[in-house]
Each structure stands twice: as C-alpha cells, then as structure tokens.
Design a protein around this ligand. Sequence first.
Ligand code: G3P
Ligand code: MG
Length: 251
Amino acid sequence: MPTLAPPFSPPPVIAHRGASASAPENTLAAFRRAAELGARWVEFDVKLTADGRPVVFHDDTLERTTDGAGRLAETSLADLADLDAGTWFDPDFAGALVPTLEETLDLLADMGLGANMELKPCPGRDVETARVGIDVARAMWPVEAPPLLISSFSRPALRVAREMAPQWPRGLLLGGLTDDWRQEAEAAEAWSVHVDSTLIRARDVAEVVDAGYRVMVYTVNDPGRAANLWDWGIDGIFTDRPEVLLPLAGG
Ligand code: G3P
Ligand code: MG
C-alpha cells in the first residue's frame, strides 16, 4: 500500500524533462522554461558518468541530444562538460550543457520547483546510480519543499530508494500495466504507478486507484487525450508542453 498519505499532492501537470517541446530536454534551460510557462513541477532523468558523477540525461548514448558520440557510461564528467546539449534542438540554445544533478537541484531550489527524479541507470549500474543520486538529493533537497518523488523502471533502484530515503514517495514506472504490477508496487512500497499513456486503459486506472495508488501517465501533449485521461481518474500527466495542458488542469 502507499506509504504517504495526503497532503502530499503533486500538481496535475508535470513538465517532462523540463519544458522539452520548447527547450532542449533535461537542461537548465528546459527547467527555467517550464517555470516560465507556469509549471510547478518538473520531471528529469538521472544517470552516472564514467567517473560516477550523477548527471541529468535521458539516453544511454550521446548522439541524439549532444554533439558528442559514444556511451554516457564511458564518458567522464570533464569530457561531458565539453559537449553542446542545445544546438541539436535549436541553434538558439547553442552552448547549453548537460547539467549535473547538483546544478539541477540548485536551480530547482532557487526557482521553487517541485520534482520527480527518475533514476534511469545505464545498463548494469542500477544500484550505484540510485545510491549516488539519492545521496546527492538527500543532501540538497530543501526541507521546506514538497517531498521529492522518486521513480524508476529499475526495481533495484527503487529498492535502494526505499532503503535510503523512506521519507520520499516512490513511483513505480511501467510501460503498460503488467499482471504483476501490484506485487511490484508493494515491493517498492510505491505511492504512485506511472504508466505509458498510449498503453493505459480506463480499467487500468480504476484498478490502480482502487488499490490505493496514484496514477501518473507519460507523455501527453494533446489536450484532448489529457482531458480523456483526467476523466478516467488519473492524478498527473507528464508533458513536454505544460503551456498546453496547464489551462485545462487549472495549474
Ligand atoms: O517518468 C516518466 C517518463 O519520463 C518515463 O519515460 O523515457 O521519458 O524517461 P522516459
Ligand atoms: Mg523520464
């Protein structure tokens, strides 16, 4: 069963990788942009560099979102700092960097943004990614801020989160709702279940809500689809376009 009762309550709209339709994903620019557009929470992904430093980055490889090449897990933080993480999105963002977790948490604290920190380990680095990410977050997350929601597709990472930060709610990340989702949610002592919006069905929402968990869905940019999902009773949406969904959700 969920371990955290209300009043913990993330807003219904969370900016996915920051406002990633209008700024390069998982950069400080994307988080600033999310706040400018009115988002109160952002989601971001945490991985480790070759030298074990936590950075905010989605892919296992560098090509899609930087001007570098190769595997993040084989790239040192110093080498990563030489890469441009903005031009691929738009030349206006030339010079944007892959932020460290520390830089990201600093910015969120300055801007008063809440967050869902997704632990997204590179293959084979589940436990160390969770340990390092949570260690940094525990040291930096403001006590007065709403609790940090920690999610992961990685069950070992969620286990570490439960052990190291039992005070923070956990989100079980799934594609579609699996037959054994309930056992997995219980094992993680999850607060919420996060499901792919293209795979979720109305009866899945009812099943999860009836079991006492919150339901969050990713990634929805279409207002019609969002309205439909809210009608089904979901609690939150991760979106690349908070400016489109916020007016529907009232914040
Ligand atoms: O946490 C929700 C969503 O971000 C999960 O998928 O691939 O966008 O990290 P992905
Ligand atoms: Mg993510």
